[in-house]
Design a protein around this ligand. Structure first.
Ligand SMILES: Cc1cc2nc3c(=O)[nH]c(=O)nc-3n(C[C@H](O)[C@H](O)[C@H](O)COP(=O)(O)OP(=O)(O)OC[C@H]3O[C@@H](n4cnc5c(N)ncnc54)[C@H](O)[C@@H]3O)c2cc1C
Length: 504
């Protein structure tokens, strides 16, 4: 009896699944979706469900070919009340680019880089492009956009939350170079956002992350670039405190051409005994000026190694590693204002040379970042002088064992740091959200959200919820008999939307 009941359940389930599959295909095709559709069982599914740091079990992954396909996919997710993930380059440390039981829109096919106007250096970049593709395409025209340090990282995720790269002190964040965006809204409508059109949306896109719509194209004002001096100078671990202090004092008044970060406790070169690495980019090919600007860096301590050379800007970017599934990554970050710099550097120097030290990076900001008025974009921490990032990675037991040292370091830093950089965070709960957006920024974002995504369709991100619900029904457009509903409800009620998401 029990067995036959079980069979009935199974066959009902597979009939439901088949029904859903047929509806999925036909609904999307009816809306003229022309891209790739991937479900469990499809040859590409195993790859499509994984991002760099998370493995999900989405019901469907779609790979649009154009903006029309993105519209169809967004309308489909909304009408079917499916949880929705937008995937750009797939490098979110919070695992935003996949989910369980929902739809993933993988923008990887939208990776074109077009020069719109060479004289004005205007370029249009597809919403799923990666920075390696961009750097290579722009270098042919001696152009660049200050982005991040890794080729495989997406233009989408990095730009929408900031973008701190090798030219950040000279040209600002990646989002500071953005002049417009083509956006598919939750309504399915396509709008162009810029300082003139939908300026509230344009403000929110520059720092507010993926909460407001799918950006199918980014318009940037690129800058001209020459070759640049780039590399690192290393010093003994025992000199960490003097090197860090001298470095931050110098960077405070250094030319904007110089951008720099310091890495401590690199596990590949000795962990707590690892040399202090001072990485630099001097954004010019003028050897005399570079030598002059780099001289104070070379005098910070006992130089162990110095590999700074002149190279094309595109060659400063490195390939991203693809960690095997199952490894956990815990990333924490916070900003430091000038008056707290000495206290923070003392704690970092001490903890990075103790056993069990987390890997720590300290990025120097200031320069062009700090000259954009506070509130001009939704990136809130313009005046911070430094950004501290810690990375703890490994199999779960290793990460657990490292937690006490990590927590101890951050609790010592606590009184001297504030906020967090959304792109260097592996958590996404209320505490993370409050650190990413101070109250005033959050409030303004929530107003924009209410206008453009009142039902919070775009929620797999550091999610700003709409200011106040305009409609009690969470999904106004959905079909009451939707065959997709059960998947959505299962997802919504599951305790963890993605068991392998790190850092939760
Ligand atoms: C190896 C490595 C190096 C890094 N280096 C740097 C660095 O030097 N500087 C720095 O600032 N950051 C850096 N980062 C952090 C990086 O900015 C974030 O991980 C960012 O989220 C990656 O964007 P993505 O598009 O690849 O990620 P995804 O996981 O694809 O996207 C993350 C989220 O962004 C949103 N999103 C992405 N594209 C779109 C779009 N077109 N429209 C709407 N929403 C979108 C969605 O909410 C999406 O879920 C690095 C990360 C890694 C893993």
């Amino acid at each position: 009896m029990a067995t036959s009941h079980h069979h009935t359940d199974q066959s009902t389930q597979s009939t439901d699944q088949n029904l859903r599959r047929v509806r999925f295909m036909s609904d999307l095709q009816a809306d003229r979706f022309g891209g790739q559709m991937i479900e469990p069982g499809h040859a590409d599914y195993e790859v499509a469900r994984r991002t760099v740091f998370a493995t999900g079990a989405p019901a469907y992954v779609v790979r649009p070919d154009d903006v029309g396909d993105v519209r169809a996919a967004v309308r489909f997710a909304r009408d079917a009340a499916l949880p929705l993930s937008i995937r750009g380059g797939g490098h979110s440390f919070s695992g935003f680019g996949t989910n369980d039981g929902g739809l993933v829109i993988d923008l990887g096919g939208l990776d074109s880089v077009r020069i719109l106007d060479l004289d004005r250096r205007l370029v249009r970049i597809g919403g799923g492009a990666t920075w390696g593709t961009v750097a290579a395409a722009l270098s042919e025209h001696n152009l660049a956009i200050s982005s991040g340090d890794t080729r495989s990282v997406g233009v989408g995720g990095l730009t929408l939350a900031g973008g701190i790269g090798w030219k950040v002190r000279k040209y600002g964040l990646a989002l500071d170079a953005l002049v417009g965006a083509e956006v598919v809204l939750a309504s399915g409508e396509v709008v162009h956002a810029s300082a003139e059109d939908h300026s509230d949306l344009f403000w929110a896109l520059r720092g507010g992350g993926g909460s407001f719509g799918v950006v199918t194209a980014f318009d940037f004002a690129a800058h001209t670039t020459t070759e640049v001096f780039h590399g690192k100078v290393t010093f003994p671990a025992r000199e960490a405190e003097t090197v860090l202090t001298g470095w931050s004092d110098y960077l405070r008044a250094a030319p904007d051409d110089l951008t720099s970060l310091v890495n401590l406790a690199n596990p590949m070169t000795g962990g707590p005994q690892a040399p202090v690495e001072v990485h630099v980019t001097f954004d010019s090919d003028d050897a005399d000026r570079a030598a002059e600007a780099l001289e104070p860096i070379r005098r910070l301590g006992t130089v162990l190694d110095d590999d700074i050379t002149l190279r094309p800007y595109a060659d400063t970017l490195v390939d991203g590693a693809a960690p095997p599934p199952g490894l956990q990554f815990v990333l924490r970050s916070a900003f430091v204002d000038e008056e707290s710099v000495p206290d923070v550097l003392r704690v970092l120097a001490e903890s990075s040379t103790s056993n069990g030290a987390p890997v720590v990076g300290v990025r120097s900001l200031g320069g062009a970042v700090s000259r954009v008025p506070e509130g001009a974009t939704a990136y809130p921490y313009r005046q911070a002088e430094l950004l501290v990032v810690s990375v703890t990675a490994g199999p779960a037991p290793v990460v657990e064992a490292a937690r006490p040292a990590l927590d101890a370091m951050w609790s010592r830093l606590g009184p001297s740091v504030h906020g967090a950089y959304a792109n260097f965070l592996s958590t996404a709960g209320e505490e993370a959200l409050a650190a990413v957006y101070p109250a005033a920024t959050h409030e303004r974002l929530a107003q924009v959200k209410r206008c453009y995504d009142p039902a919070n369709l775009f929620s797999r991100n550091h999610n700003v919820r709409p200011a106040s619900p305009t409609d009690a029904h969470p999904h106004p457009g959905r079909d009451a008999d939707s065959p997709y509903e059960s998947a959505a409800e299962a997802w919504a009620s599951s305790p963890s939307t993605n068991a392998s998401t790190p850092g939760r």
